[in-house]
Design a protein around this ligand. Structure first.
Ligand SMILES: Cc1cc2nc3c(=O)[nH]c(=O)nc-3n(C[C@H](O)[C@H](O)[C@H](O)COP(=O)(O)OP(=O)(O)OC[C@H]3O[C@@H](n4cnc5c(N)ncnc54)[C@H](O)[C@@H]3O)c2cc1C
Length: 495
């Protein structure tokens, strides 16, 4: 008799999504987490050694995918008291001469600020945001079946095809033909840079068009209190359905695992191969070990005495700010990173949660979340590069900095083993690896070892807090190990 039906290794959003789904199907589920706190990339914590009382998002901060994800839509974060607060400006991209691209929820309002490229934005991102379900079904699908919206109606087919054509256009040297000005291409390229990949590439274009569409259709919100609120809701549901969570347990080999019918790994493929060892057939092991990690991010958590003094007023109202200047400057910076060099002006992401959530401010102090793109495994302290980049668009920034707390790329895995060398996407975001993630096999969640599955962001649909890797893996576990094709309801119980 097994101790559990399923043991999940790792409690990131995907591990917890798998655990919640399996527990709701009536199975006995245990989650083992290496860190002292659950959540992986969705944790909100005090900085080590800090006595300000401020809470910082350890990894993710901004959550368009949590709003759009079919898993979280059914799970219904709002009904569980998680308030996703939407900024007036979803994301902003300042340029050197004081201009800025501002993405509002309303595509027409966004386009109105883009001058000569107003129609170009509406014709690309505006059109896609008229059918966001098609974009979500293609961008957050399982990469093994035809996106559902494509088959649902003629309009769905056309919208999915339009997304594909947009990716072909913005992911190739053709990308310059659409735009005539400087602001709109920079605004879109700042989103493409989330892939931390050379530009233009198809994978970065897919990332850009999906996330930009979500800005107009769903929004780019921040959870009140920080990303840990999402984790707390998942853990509460797991426990309410009989699941167990043990933190501070790092699984290094099968000897660390209690007996169970199935195991689900919220780890990278190579880590799963290390743990499974001889249980993996040789070909399966080789396939998992071929998985490639990508470029990196290095983080700086700031404590500020006031808001960032952005030169452009619109940028001050944005939930997320992309820094790096014009499209050619962004291309140059990402090219340097891909070549293993530190960019002189690295692409940098910034979010000031207290702007939307005054409770994040304590005694006049506020946290600022930032990270910069750097070569994989970088040991360079990013504080000066990030500070200089922010100061470039917000003169006087240094005056509001009370303290800066860097995490180099090389140390990112110390608080989450999945971010090897600072690869926050848990695998390089190339077009090949977006589809053949983690392997090219028909079932991307099966490891090849009996009863052992992967569910992390290294599986489809890839990085982001959407829980779908976990949900898709749970679907496979239920079908193959427990013979059930009926997925449980994820909706909160009323009353
Ligand atoms: C700096 C940073 C910023 C980000 N910003 C955003 C953002 O704004 N929005 C967004 O949507 N996404 C963002 N992401 C990405 C997002 O956080 C991840 O894609 C997401 O958390 C992946 O979820 P996961 O469950 O696959 O893995 P993770 O969240 O990484 O969780 C994996 C868990 O498994 C545990 N684990 C690993 N190995 C073992 C082991 N051997 N034994 C036991 N436990 C183990 C880890 O400790 C961890 O808790 C960001 C990531 C980082 C690092």
């Amino acid at each position: 008799m097994d101790a559990y039906n399923v043991v999940v290794v790792g409690s990131g959003p995907n591990g917890l999504a798998a655990a919640v789904t399996l527990a709701r199907a009536g199975l006995g589920v245990l989650v083992l987490e290496a860190e002292t706190e659950a959540g992986g990339g969705a944790r909100t914590q005090a900085l080590p050694g800090s006595d300000t009382g401020l809470l910082h998002d350890t990894c993710s901060a901004v959550h368009p995918m949590a709003l759009a994800s079919p898993f979280f839509r059914e799970f219904d974060l709002a009904a569980r008291g998680v308030e996703l607060v939407e900024p007036e400006v979803q994301f902003a991209h300042p340029l050197d001469h004081g201009e800025a691209g501002l993405a509002y929820r309303d595509a027409a309002r966004t386009a109105a600020g883009l001058g000569v490229d107003s129609d170009a934005w509406l014709g690309l991102v505006g059109r896609l945001s008229e059918h966001p379900d098609a974009v979500v079904s293609a961008g957050l699908g399982d990469r093994r079946s035809i996106p559902g919206e494509m088959l649902s109606s003629v309009a769905g087919f056309v919208a999915t095809a339009r997304f594909g054509l947009g990716v072909l256009e913005q992911g190739t040297p053709l990308w310059g033909r659409r735009f005539r000005g400087e602001v709109a291409p920079a605004l879109l390229t700042g989103v493409a840079a989330h892939a931390i990949a050379p530009l233009p590439t198809l994978s970065a274009a897919g990332t850009a068009l999906m996330l930009a569409t979500l800005a107009h259709s769903h929004g780019w919100p921040l959870p009140r209190g920080g990303s840990g609120a999402i984790t707390a809701a998942l853990v509460a549901d797991l426990l309410a359905h009989g699941g167990e969570l043990r933190t501070g347990v790092r699984v290094a080999s099968t000897a660390d695992l209690p007996s169970a019918r199935a195991y689900v790994f919220d780890t990278t493929p190579r880590a799963a191969a290390d743990i499974l060892g001889a249980r993996l057939p040789g070909t399966a092991e080789r396939a998992l070990r071929r998985f490639r990690y990508g470029n990196a991010a290095a983080k700086v958590d700031f404590v500020l005495s006031g808001p960032v003094p952005w030169a452009n007023d619109g940028v001050s109202r944005a939930g997320t700010v992309h820094l790096g200047g014009s499209r050619p400057q962004l291309v140059e910076a990402e090219r340097a990173v891909a070549a293993g060099r530190h960019a002189e002006h690295p692409v940098t992401l910034v979010s000031d949660p207290a702007l939307l959530d005054p409770g994040r401010e304590i005694g006049g102090l506020r946290p600022l979340w930032t990270y910069a793109h750097v070569p994989a495994g970088s040991t360079v302290d990013p504080t000066e590069a990030v500070t200089t980049q922010i100061e470039r668009f917000a003169p006087g920034f240094r005056d509001v900095v009370v303290s800066a707390h860097p995490t180099t790329a090389s140390r990112m895995s110390e608080h989450d083993a999945n971010y090897v060398g600072g690869d926050i996407a848990a695998g390089s975001v190339t077009m090949w690896q977006m589809f053949a993630r983690p392997t090219p096999y028909p079932d991307p969640w099966a490891t090849g070892a009996p009863g052992a599955y992967l569910c992390s962001a290294s599986t489809p649909p890839g990085p982001g807090v959407h829980g779908l890797g976990g949900y898709f893996a749970a679907r496979q576990v239920l079908q193959r190990e427990f013979g059930t094709r009926t997925m449980p309801s994820l909706a909160p119980e009323r009353g």
